[in-house]
Design a protein around this ligand. Structure first.
Ligand code: NAD
Ligand code: ZN
Length: 645
């Protein structure tokens, strides 16, 4: 899958690493598209040895891909449970003053959200409030990891034992940012601008150079010059430019912060590091054998390939929109073979010429779903004229082709049923396969499914056990509590996702919504004419079916009404309040409850919509200033108590 051959220097490194592995066999493995567990480990081991010696043979992306392949085969493999080691002669290692670990990696904001959830959970376990958690964000230097205890400079080695490379300081290596010695972990790095101006003609990349800085034998004279001129430095992580922000701000301002930190230093970086600064939480979360759980590296990995389109297939979705699915000549990208990709809409198919024989550029960024980035060679296309499911003539609705047959199109009814059970989320069993089977037996509506008895499931072709199970699932889905907004959104009305349902239900009960006019809906914050019209029409379309299902008796929890509070006669009614820090007069939870009962909305983090930030003890200046910057009024606990009387 990659084109690999070894230089003489690389052959020497490989021989030092493992003289029992035949380099010729390795070359074959590197060029293999699929590898078994043991071969993957050989490939990873060899790539790592070469990388640590400053002579990498594959890209970091490619290496990380092999890692994820190994994880897919056996996530418990020891190779994944340790720090990738440098190639060291056993006799020359010394014990490190502190364990040095690798970092867990995230490739999407979703991964970061998951990590934040784990922090939040740990915080809860030790009763630390989310508002007291801060996240420090720094550039992830792509250099040579080292540790400075003030006397000795060590390489990371295998994480337990490294090499003594104090000689680098003796050669004149300086500590970056005018820092002194003894600041712990950091990285040996080379200024990017200096490398580009002075060294790029001599060295292929700065990784080749890092190894030269700490070389045991004589230092290369260009490298010595770079050291003397202060272009090579040891950068302790403690001194890195950073941003320390509140827990909830990470996701709110993610892109802006990442971009700022990404561009904060004139060194090669391969991501940004996020970590909590809360000691008790760090202790609680601890570390695996490979990485600290309280720290994560956010990386971007993007790959693109040019692929030929075989055909574009129309597929009818739940809402009647026809999705164009492009079938591709199977092609590998980021470790997966893709053979199809969904095109945005039929207008794109038409205007960009996506059809059989077209060449498109597919991009896959950070292991997410691949998408078409550009059309490199357009072709003439013929558009479908009828619905692939019910053969009704299609219509254009802005950029989309749609099937107007709302009541009898099998694709639409099946996808609606699938959507209902998936959104409800309190049962399993009613996935695409089961729904298709039921649909083939003429079951088209949600209420019809709820009417099926065990023996009927058997008649429809399910085994005795499955039939009983499906029946039990239906029973359970009515008994388990589910939010009314989720229930409503399960009906799949266009523009009625969970968020909009909740907004509406804050003002009207679920049954009242069906009598609401568009004019009344527009009065609610967040609804404009177009969406209100569409929602009113959508609700009218499902009204009969909705009540048939509703009357089966679901265990709905009701969204609290906003109006009940807005009309209250209290000095804080209708305001948005954030409490932070530890309170003196009572617990923060009690104060929040009281504020709600007085008609205020209590929020977790300060935004432009916040009215008051009420501060207890131990609240950082940054937090207060950030609130003031957003035009939020900051009150002490006493000032707040005076306000509410
Ligand atoms: N191209 C190849 O053949 C090859 C081979 C092996 C490894 N690699 C690359 O190396 C990665 C794994 O190696 P790793 O464990 O050395 O690196 P890592 O990417 O897991 O990063 C961990 C290291 O980041 C450093 N770091 C930099 N900036 C930091 C900061 N601001 N705060 C805290 N730590 C910071 C630390 O020294 C730490 O040891 C792989 O994911 C891959 O990208 C590439
Ligand atoms: Zn149809």
């Amino acid at each position: 899958m990659v084109n690999v051959s070894f230089t003489n220097e690389q052959l020497l490194v490989l021989n030092d690493w493992n003289d029992k592995i035949d380099p010729q066999k390795l070359v074959c493995l590197f060029n293999e598209p699929e590898l078994e567990e043991q071969d993957l480990v050989s490939v990873l081991g060899a790539a790592n040895a070469l990388y640590r010696s400053g002579a990498p043979v594959i890209s970091d992306n490619q290496y990380d891909l092999y890692i994820s392949m190994l994880r897919n085969i056996n996530h418990l493999h020891p190779y994944l449970n340790k720090v990738e080691p440098e190639v060291l002669a056993e006799a020359k290692t010394v014990e490190l003053p502190q364990r040095m670990l690798s970092t867990e990696k995230a490739y999407s904001i979703k991964d970061i959200e998951k990590w934040l959830k784990r922090i939040s959970k740990a915080a809860q376990e030790i009763e630390v409030s989310e508002q007291d958690i801060q996240i420090r964000i720094t550039p992830k230097l792509d250099g040579y990891a080292a540790y400075d205890d003030g006397e000795t400079l060590y390489t990371r080695g295998d994480g337990f034992r490294g090499q003594d490379i104090t000689r680098a300081f003796k050669r004149g290596l300086k500590v970056a940012a005018s820092g002194g010695r003894g600041l712990g972990p950091g990285e040996i790095v080379i200024k990017k601008s200096y490398f580009d101006d002075v060294l790029s003609e001599i060295f292929e990349n700065s990784r080749n150079l890092q190894a030269a800085i700490i070389a045991e034998k004589k230092v290369d004279e260009d490298v010595q010059k770079a050291i003397n001129e202060g272009a090579c430095v040891f950068y302790p992580f403690a001194l890195l430019p950073n941003k320390v922000i509140g827990f909830s701000e990470v996701i709110e301002n993610f892109e802006v912060i990442i971009e700022e930190i990404w561009n904060a230093v004139d060194f090669d970086i391969d991501g940004v590091i996020l970590e909590t600064t809360h000691d008790a939480i760090k202790q609680r979360m601890g570390a695996t054998r490979r990485n600290h759980r309280w720290q994560i590296a956010f990386k971007v990995n993007e790959e693109s390939v040019d692929v030929e389109v075989i055909n574009v297939i129309p597929q009818t979705s739940r809402t009647g929109r026809i999705s164009p699915v492009a079938e591709l000549v199977p092609t590998r990208i980021s470790g997966a073979t893709i053979s199809r990709v969904t095109v945005h809409h039929y207008n794109m198919v038409k205007t960009n010429g996506v059809g059989p024989g077209a060449i498109v550029q597919i991009v896959r960024s950070g292991l997410v779903i691949p998408k078409i980035e550009k059309v490199l060679k357009p072709v003439e296309v013929t558009l479908p004229e009828t619905c692939p499911s019910c053969q009704t003539p299609l219509l254009w609705e802005s950029d989309h082709l749609i099937c107007p047959n709302k009541t009898d199109c099998p694709a639409q009814t099946e996808n609606t049923l699938i959507h209902f059970f998936k959104t409800l989320g309190n049962n399993d069993g009613f996935g695409p396969k089961v729904i298709e089977k039921l649909s083939n037996c003429g079951i088209k509506r949600i209420h019809e499914i709820y009417g099926i008895k065990v023996h009927q499931f058997v008649i429809y072709g399910f085994g005795d056990k499955t039939a009983q199970n499906l029946s039990d699932q239906l029973q359970a889905s009515r008994e388990i509590e589910v939010e009314d907004w989720r229930f409503l959104s399960a009906f799949g009305v266009s523009r009625l996702g969970g968020g909009n349902c909740e907004k509406l239900l804050k003002h009207h009960s679920i049954t009242e919504l069906f009598d609401l006019s568009a004019e009344e809906m527009i009065k609610i914050d967040g609804f404009a004419q177009v969406s209100a019209d569409a929602i009113v029409e959508g609700l009218a379309n499902i009204k009969k079916e909705f009540f048939k299902v509703y009357e089966l008796g679901f265990n709905l929890s009701i969204t609290p009404k906003e109006s009940e509070n807005e009309n209250l006669d209290s000095p804080i009614a209708g305001t948005v309040i954030v409490f932070t820090g530890s309170m003196q007069q009572g617990s923060r939870g009690d104060m929040e409850k009281q504020a709600k009962s007085l008609g205020a909305k209590v929020a977790k983090s300060v935004t432009g919509k916040t009215t008051y930030l009420v501060t207890g003890e131990k609240v950082g200046e940054t937090k207060i200033n950030a609130a003031i910057d957003k035009g939020v009024k900051v009150l002490s606990e006493q000032e707040y108590l005076d306000l509410i009387g």
